[in-house]
Design a protein around this ligand. Structure first.
Ligand code: ADP
Ligand code: MG
Length: 460
């Protein structure tokens, strides 16, 4: 298939001129997928890794809609840091090189607001690029008017949320009219992004470009197993390959529960991600899996939506999906970041048609293998590397990761390398500790204090 050229789309002449001047010949995959939709005025939520050319995609979008003869702020780009805002400003300026009289202003914290105020007093910039905190300051001072904004871009939205800009973003969005286009770009797709999108976008189209899977990065094997043999097959595969972290996909909640109960009974550390869980329980399951204190997660596709776990060693498909694209999406969660991933699929006699559809979709024959359920070695149930401790105190009691780390490495005498991920919520904090040191950490935290206070601590 011929790659989409910039000139194949509705991009205007001055923008095509700057694209030529920049030396771009073909669109990157994320550009080819998003630019046509952006030019149609659609809201999009786009996920693609760093360096995939997202800036050009939204830059073209906001410049296409701009009327340089009207001195109003027509586009706003929110970025997580000053450094990124500067990069984005520079890229948009180059794209706008052949459009006369465009005024772009970069508004970030960390520099005196005086100069920015002076610059805003002359006449409103067509485009503002900035960080949420400083933009909010300007809105409070009424030095900036965003009611005329027609295109809003949230760049690196996941990082903005990680940095705690959620409230600032809400404040800024509330100052704009609803009838505008909102483009959300992110390198990852955590739940929080979907929640924010729901809040501020209108029928967004989701586009994601998964990191290209280099040849051989995922080892995909299919196993014939009838329904009643599938539980044994899972155990046989887990004990043979010993993956550190595995997601098992089932088509139904019912099967998830069956698999979860069975593996628990076999001594595995396993959690079921169920659509019926309350948000707090769901967060807890996800973070225990992500911080490596649970090694197996069983989920339906719906429950796993937005799941973004790095370093997944294996994906087991317990029920084959009816949709080959869903299958590819399932197995694509392993074999990331240059690591080798394992994808095992169980196929009952009545699922053979689905297997054929997958082979046709990926345009490659399936590799079939056999599992040995009769010779499962003893004591192969994998113990997760970490244990999660829960502390009854969080953001509301001003607890920070450094306080926890301080308490553990100071009084408790652990080394930093024994402490894993620290997740802080409003009234609760979860800390992953290497299994061997978990008991010491627990006792010491229970006896000692955090930020001078005694807090309840227990092990999950
Ligand atoms: P992202 O925001 O997705 O991390 P950028 O927008 O910063 O990525 O782009 C990364 C690099 O790719 C930049 O140096 C940019 O100039 C370059 N680039 C963007 N689009 C193209 C293209 N179509 N062809 C060649 N290079 C491109
Ligand atoms: Mg970028």
């Amino acid at each position: 298939m011929q790659a989409l050229q910039f000139s194949d789309t509705a991009i205007t002449t001055p923008l095509l001129q700057s694209i030529v001047a920049l030396g771009y010949t073909e669109m990157t995959p994320i550009q080819a997928k998003t630019i046509p939709l952006i030019l149609e005025g659609k809201d999009i939520i786009a996920k693609a890794k760093t360096g995939s050319g997202k800036t050009v995609a939204f830059g073209i979008g906001l410049l296409s809609n701009l009327d340089a003869s009207v001195y109003e702020t027509q586009a706003l780009v929110l970025c997580p840091t000053r450094e990124l805002a500067d990069q984005v400003s520079k890229a948009i300026r180059s794209l706008a090189a052949f459009i006369p009289n465009i005024k772009l202003l970069t508004l970030c914290g960390g520099v005196p607001i005086r100069h920015q105020l002076a610059s805003l007093e002359q006449h409103a910039p067509h485009i503002v690029v900035g960080t949420p905190g400083r933009i909010k300051d300007h809105l409070i001072r009424k030095s900036l008017d965003l009611e005329t904004v027609r295109v809003l871009v949230l760049d690196e939205a996941d990082r903005m949320l990680d940095m705690g800009f959620e409230d600032e973003i809400s404040f800024v969005v509330a100052e704009m009219v609803e009838e505008k286009q909102t483009l959300l770009f992110s390198a990852t797709y955590p739940e929080s992004i979907l929640a924010m999108s729901e809040h501020i976008q209108h029928e967004p189209i989701e586009i994601s470009i998964d990191e290209a899977h280099e040849e051989g990065q995922i080892e995909q094997l299919f196993f014939k197993a009838e329904e009643q043999d599938k539980p044994q097959a899972v155990v046989a595969l887990l004990s043979k390959y010993q993956p550190d972290s595995t997601v098992i996909f089932c088509n139904t909640k019912y099967n998830c529960q069956i698999v979860g109960d069975w593996l628990t009974q076999q001594g595995y550390s396993v959690l079921v991600l169920n659509g019926d869980l309350e948000q707090r329980e769901r967060d807890q399951v996800l973070l225990r899996f992500a911080n490596k204190s649970c090694s197996i997660l069983v989920a339906t596709d719906v429950a796993a939506r937005g799941l973004d776990i790095k370093d997944l060693s294996a994906v087991i498909t317990y029920d084959l999906s009816h949709d080959p694209e869903v299958h590819i999406h399932r197995i694509g969660r392993t074999g990331r970041a240059g690591q080798k991933g394992l994808a095992f699929s169980l196929c009952a006699g009545n699922e053979l048609e689905r297997a054929k559809a997958i082979a046709a979709y990926q345009n490659a024959d399936l590799k079939w293998d056999k599992f040995n359920a009769t010779r499962i070695p003893k004591n192969t149930t994998l113990k997760p590397a970490m244990v999660t401790l829960v502390i009854d105190g969080g953001r509301k009691s001003k607890i920070r990761a450094t306080d926890i780390l301080g308490a553990l490495t100071g009084e408790a005498g652990l080394s930093g390398s024994e402490v894993g991920k620290i997740d802080i919520f409003d009234v609760r904090t979860y800390v992953a500790i290497k299994r061997a040191s978990a008991n010491i950490a627990l006792t010491r935290l229970q006896q000692g204090t955090i930020k001078g206070r005694k807090l309840r601590v227990k092990s999950l």
